[in-house]
Design a protein around this ligand. Structure first.
Ligand code: HEM
Length: 271
């Protein structure tokens, strides 16, 4: 029964048997949800701020570090080898240079890793160890996204931040890919050649949906963090009730909240 439910959930009826078509169909709704996160909406309105871009770069750095280390380590795995294109796609070095540009030479000390980003990176490392075939779902979600909507986002970033050169924007540029559309076609045909059991295919589609979910959580988390720190900065006259009126649990919560805000705040202002 459970299997039937799962099969129905990822029933890509009418789409054909190609993994590339099925994965696109299975993640269609998730893509719409990702596009409609606050962060992506700000992007589409051309309202991305420098601080938003810096925290996004920090998260992307952590995500690609995990993704690319796991792809490298599993590069000869039969499912990973066909979609392993480090020359054309690897983003880690670009992210390092963008972070250095915006945060300075001591950027490694200043990178902040929000909780949802950490969870995403942990998932990537876990599947790299336990089920490397599923890295395909994550590589698809990130790299094909970067080669699609990501290209427009690069132009919007440059315009929104008023950057006169491409400096700090190397994440969006793929010098090894002369035609993103042709490259995406090649990537899809490589995905379609991967030998998968029915169970393996179902897991792959599920993992792709969860890859989008991880991204959505990362964006929501960043947005929340930014609004908390903005609110804290704007409310330096917040008055906490005096200790005499507080139960120990309320005090514990208040102290915890202050420490959490201060920690996030310090990390953010360091950016
Ligand atoms: C402002 C936000 C976004 C916009 C405007 C956008 C736009 C687009 C566009 C125009 C395409 C090409 C569709 C096609 O060729 O049929 C695309 C494809 C894609 N996008 Fe996005 N996107 C956004 C965010 C995202 C995010 C956050 C992710 C995942 C993290 C993502 C993942 C993908 C993937 C994997 C594809 C390839 C689909 C396929 O051909 O199989 N996108 N996107």
């Amino acid at each position: 029964m459970e299997n039937m439910k799962s099969a129905r959930k990822y029933d890509t009826g009418g789409v054909g048997s190609d993994l590339s078509e099925q994965i696109k169909a299975a993640t269609k709704d998730s893509h719409v949800r990702a596009e409609n996160t606050q962060l992506m909406l700000s992007y589409q309105k051309g309202q991305i701020s420098l601080v938003q871009y810096k925290v996004l770069l920090c998260s992307l750095y952590e995500i690609y570090k995990a993704l690319e280390e796991e792809l490298d380590r599993n590069s000869s795995h039969p499912a990973v080898a066909p979609i392993y294109f480090p020359q054309e796609l690897a983003r880690l070095e670009s992210l390092e240079s963008d972070l250095e540009h915006f945060l300075g030479s001591d950027w490694r000390r200043r990178v902040i890793i929000p909780a949802a980003t950490h969870r995403y990176a942990q998932r990537l490392r876990e599947i790299g160890r336990k089920n490397p075939a599923l890295l395909v779902a994550h590589a698809y979600t990130r790299y094909l996204g970067d080669l699609s909507g990501g290209q427009v986002l690069g132009k919007i970033t440059q315009k929104s931040l008023g950057l006169s050169s491409k400096e700090g924007l190397s994440f969006f540029s793929f010098p090894g890919v002369s035609s993103p559309n042709r490259f995406k076609q090649l990537y899809r045909s490589r995905m379609n050649g991967i030998d998968l059991t029915e169970e393996g295919r179902r897991e792959m589609l599920e993992e792709a949906v969860s890859a989008f979910e991880f991204n959505i959580q990362v964006f929501d988390d960043l947005q929340k963090m930014l609004s908390v720190t903005t609110a804290t900065a704007n409310q330096s006259n917040v008055v906490f009730p005096t200790a005499a009126h507080q139960s120990p649990r309320v005090m514990q919560f208040a102290v915890g909240l202050c420490v959490a805000l201060a920690t996030v705040g310090l990390g953010m202002y360091a950016l």
